[in-house]
Design a protein around this ligand. Sequence first.
Ligand SMILES: Cc1cc2nc3c(=O)[nH]c(=O)nc-3n(C[C@H](O)[C@H](O)[C@H](O)COP(=O)(O)OP(=O)(O)OC[C@H]3O[C@@H](n4cnc5c(N)ncnc54)[C@H](O)[C@@H]3O)c2cc1C
Length: 426
Amino acid sequence: MYKLTRRRFGGVLGASAMGVAAGSLAAPAVLAAAKSRLVVIGGGPAGATTARYVAKGSKDVSVTLIEPKHHFTTCFFSNLYLGGFRTLESITHGYSTLAAEYGINVVHDVAVDVDRAGKMVKLARGGDVAYDRLVVTPGIAMRYDSIEGYSAEASTVMPHAWQAGTQTAALKQQLEAMEDGGTFVICPPPNPFRCPPGPYERICMVAHYLKSNKPKSKIIVLDAKDKFSKQALFQEAWVQHYEGMIEWLPKEVTGGVKAVKAESMEIVTDGETIKASVANVIPAQKAGVIAERAGLTAESGWCPIDPSSMRSKKDESTFVIGDASIAAAMPKSGFSANSQAKVAANAILADLTGSKKFPAKYRNTCWSLVATNDGVKVGADYTGGDEKIDVTSKFISKTGESADLRAQTAEEANGWYAGITKDIFG
Ligand SMILES: Cc1cc2nc3c(=O)[nH]c(=O)nc-3n(C[C@H](O)[C@H](O)[C@H](O)COP(=O)(O)OP(=O)(O)OC[C@H]3O[C@@H](n4cnc5c(N)ncnc54)[C@H](O)[C@@H]3O)c2cc1C
């Protein structure tokens, strides 16, 4: 593994030169010096897809992808891991194809600051990376202060598991260690948040695991909202597959979660204190920290974008894609992030190489597995309107669908997972 230091690189580096230092398969620095430079912060679905599509689209742009992790575990399908339908390995992906086959300079580091005037990204381990166009895709940060007593430290005891990897594995271990007859408490966050159907798919997957392994256990849902995505479909599944196991309490009943006490595993609402055997506390969210640091966020904590390109409304040279952006009608999903990345890649190539810019078209589908061979979905097509991203058509599964159709929807999701992860990581 390479080590980047200020001494070795004299502080300021072009992205192309850095790729050579990083030992990837970039063109020699002397040739690459004339190339335009794209720097991407964050190697999730949004960032990795953009990097790959720009690298694929032109040999005249050098692409640097900054991501601290060597392996990326997808949040999508992480609920299926909790349910016992997937292993953690099967939802974990590496970056070697992006480097080897697409010549992307993958730099495993954290971007700690952006000098927008000087067009430089500062790295945690020292050194700056120069860019002509910047893509900021850091995903989400937790608003720990939205729940009294919750913190990064408390999340090791009461995991949110809303950023996949260590957190998801911790939640799984706790479920496995829980006694039969225990209480699993989940606290879905307020809007807007990553993956609107995610908490409710998680309830199904945890119920599936408990029904098969610890059938005397209960699930209590302390929701920060009064309604949620695919509600009729999830509630149908809770009755059909997990009768008597799940109690959903909307905000209008409890007033929402006010505080947690990790040391005693207690969750406090307006009227009650509930003791959990396992507590899955998912706080309110905002754009990843570097977005705010770079001055790209609005008061809401999320990043405004131009709907025709995903270009930041705060900076002409910068694009914000995926969960960190305000993409109006589009949910914060991996599918959305991947779709937005292709629109942004087209706009970036147009900026840097003069290639044709096409009208922005976006798409999303969110599948959820509710039980074995029982899948549901919601989705839409979108266009980049004048003010925001607008829906052009939409669809949703229906309650009471046949078992055959539900099995087909579940299978469709497996196909989608294989396809999208290939499209993201190569
Ligand atoms: C339980 C659950 C289930 C889900 N299921 C689905 C589903 O079925 N379908 C679907 O489409 N979506 C699903 N999602 C949503 C999906 O996972 C997210 O919308 C998607 O990951 C967003 O992609 P992103 O690239 O914007 O952010 P991320 O995936 O969070 O990637 C951001 C990356 O940026 C890196 N980063 C952050 N800050 C820095 C920095 N300063 N420097 C360098 N790197 C940085 C991070 O390490 C991370 O790798 C689910 C989410 C959850 C939690």
